[in-house]
Design a protein around this ligand. Structure first.
Ligand code: ASP
Length: 339
């Protein structure tokens, strides 16, 4: 039976056109796409409808509120379609994919984010191929029941994906998790990796954009700089981006005191590595042992994007700090590897 897919066009390069001030997202994506496909192509694709947002955005302008808008579009239309494609700018696509994976837990249908590095309006582009393959993937007879990013031949778990290249067409990768599939002459899915549908647990809360801050450690970082970031009004959780397997300058007593005070004051501290490919192991080196003592949570091999979105979701939905700590260390949607 033919599948019906909802394509949600939020903006991004895929639907942009050149202007005097650079590329801008423009309306009319559906017409542009249908003009590029001829009738014989339509017959080979699943049936699709396009929901175009009134306010199209460059994803650099995206805020947590926009995650809610996209999740609501999917949730409101969930019963009427067999799958969803979210057309999105590449800059923050991995953040949105992560947020959707946590908001739409227990999905029983595919949600595939895609976009492009070159707009569909250009003669030479990666937009058409990404779009068509995403449609075919969303229309697979045995559905991929999770939030994914599809880009340039790679199907990636959404909350494992990161944008790794600014201009390469192979812009996305999932450095700490195998690709869910690759597309060459054939579409090959690694079904043993896919999340199995579970009881639906959709939650689309209000987010407080100030609640999560990121503290990137660098050589010689003054403790006062760390304190300024951590003590901003509204901050309830801080991602520490440390070195290697989770190391930081423990010889800086003032910096450690700032972290200790934050933890004692109820701010959740989560340790992630600055390395693209990494697994935090607090205490592997003496310089990170103090973090265990302070109560900093290890972020394991989560991406920055996944950890950021996960903290936002938990802060918005979980009032018990202990339950939040427990969930941070467990997989909610395949975002973290557990030994
Ligand atoms: N700035 C654009 C965006 O994220 C980049 C892109 O789509 O590739 O919307």
């Amino acid at each position: 039976m033919s599948k019906k897919i909802l394509v949600i066009y939020t903006g991004g390069t895929i639907g942009m056109q050149a202007s005097d001030s650079g590329y801008v997202a423009v309306p009319g994506f559906e017409q542009l796409l249908r003009n590029r496909l001829d009738n014989s192509h339509h017959a080979l694709l699943p049936e699709f409808e396009v929901l175009e947002y009134e306010q199209l955005i460059d994803s650099a302008n995206l805020r947590p509120d926009n995650w809610r808008q996209i999740a609501s579009s999917i949730s409101d239309n969930y019963a009427r379609y067999d799958g969803f494609i979210v057309l999105h700018g590449t800059d923050t696509m991995a953040f949105t994919a992560s947020a959707l994976s946590f908001m739409l837990q227990g999905l029983g249908k595919p949600v595939i984010l895609t976009g492009s590095q070159i707009p569909l309006s250009q003669l030479r582009n990666d937009a058409l191929d990404n779009m068509i393959t995403a449609l075919l993937l969303a229309g697979e007879s045995r559905p991929v029941n999770e939030v994914c990013v599809y880009f340039n031949g790679r199907l990636l778990r959404g909350n494992r994906a990161s944008k790794v290249k600014a201009t390469g067409l192979d812009a996305f990768d999932s450095p700490n998790f195998p690709w869910l599939g690759q597309v060459g002459i054939h579409i090959e899915l690694h079904r043993q990796l896919l999340i199995q549908p579970a009881a639906e647990k959709f939650q689309i809360p209000e987010f407080d954009p100030a609640a999560v801050a990121i503290l990137q450690i660098y050589p010689g970082m003054p403790a006062t700089t760390a304190a300024a970031i951590i003590n901003q009004p509204g901050v309830r959780a801080v991602i520490i981006q440390s070195y290697g397997v989770g190391n930081l300058p423990d010889a800086d007593a003032e910096l450690i005191a700032v972290l200790r005070e934050a933890a004692a004051g109820g701010i959740q501290l989560l340790n992630l590595s600055r390395c693209l490919q990494a697994q935090v192991s607090q205490g592997a080196y003496a310089c990170s042992a103090v973090l265990n003592e302070i109560g900093v949570i290890s972020g394991g091999d989560m991406t920055l994007e996944a950890a950021f979105a996960k903290l936002h979701l938990l802060l918005a939905t979980e009032s018990d700090p202990q339950a939040m700590r427990e969930q941070l260390q467990r997989s909610l949607a395949g975002e973290i590897s557990l030994d």
